[in-house]
Design a protein around this ligand. Structure first.
Ligand code: AMP
Length: 191
């Protein structure tokens, strides 16, 4: 089973690139952010997730790990999964390792999109016009998301680096060029 963690700060292009990886390698795409946004906003879980995500804070690990695991279990026949926006903390990374080990599989590689902060801010402000996402529209919330990434999420790359699974990919430039870089990294990992 091919298990690819697509990693990077908010606005790095994870969602866009996930769609392309999904099409080329026949993978299931799981975005925890998409799952949270699809929850009924009137449900307890929906209200809880929104109370964090609307402010650019991370949803607590216990909730997020459960959501991720139940999404994976919805696809028992998947030949592989792209994890987009998960894991975002060290606890989530450890939980994913344990969960996959129980399924006799493991993370194949982490692709980390590298994009400078100034470019992230510009992209997210631009995306707000089409995404309708409250967390894209406000510069303070954007900054909070970037700060949370730097503080809680960036160390997750070290976790996979220690396992020899981290590949950093330049996330700046034409979208097609970035896709080709990702394809090349995956092809090399599975060759
Ligand atoms: P995203 O669509 O990946 O930008 O995620 C949007 C929001 O959903 C984030 O700002 C968090 O509030 C929440 N979220 C998504 N994935 C996670 C995760 N793995 N851990 C905690 N919160 C998450």
């Amino acid at each position: 089973m091919l298990n690819i963690v697509l990693f990077g700060p908010p606005g790095a292009g994870k969602g866009t690139q996930s769609e392309r990886l999904k099409a080329r390698y026949g993978l299931v795409h799981i975005s925890t952010g998409d799952v949270f946004r699809a929850l009924d906003p009137e449900s307890e879980l929906g209200k809880l997730a929104k109370s964090y995500s609307d402010n650019g804070n991370l949803v607590p690990d216990e909730v997020t790990i459960q959501i991720l695991e139940s999404e994976v279990l919805k696809h028992p026949d998947a030949k592989g999964v792209i994890y987009d926006g998960f894991p975002r903390t060290s606890a989530q990374a450890e939980a994913l390792d344990k969960f996959l080990a129980k399924k006799d599989t493991s993370v194949t590689l982490m692709l980390s999109l590298i994009v400078p902060e100034e470019e992230l801010r510009t992209r997210l402000m631009g995306r707000a016009k089409v995404s309708g996402r409250a967390d894209d529209a406000d510069p303070q919330i954007i900054q909070n998301r970037i700060d949370n990434y730097n503080k809680s999420t960036a160390p997750v790359a070290d976790f996979y680096d220690a396992q020899g699974k981290l590949v950093e990919v330049d996330g700046v430039g034409p979208i097609d060029d970035i896709t080709q870089r990702l394809f090349a990294a995956i092809d090399e990992a599975i060759a």
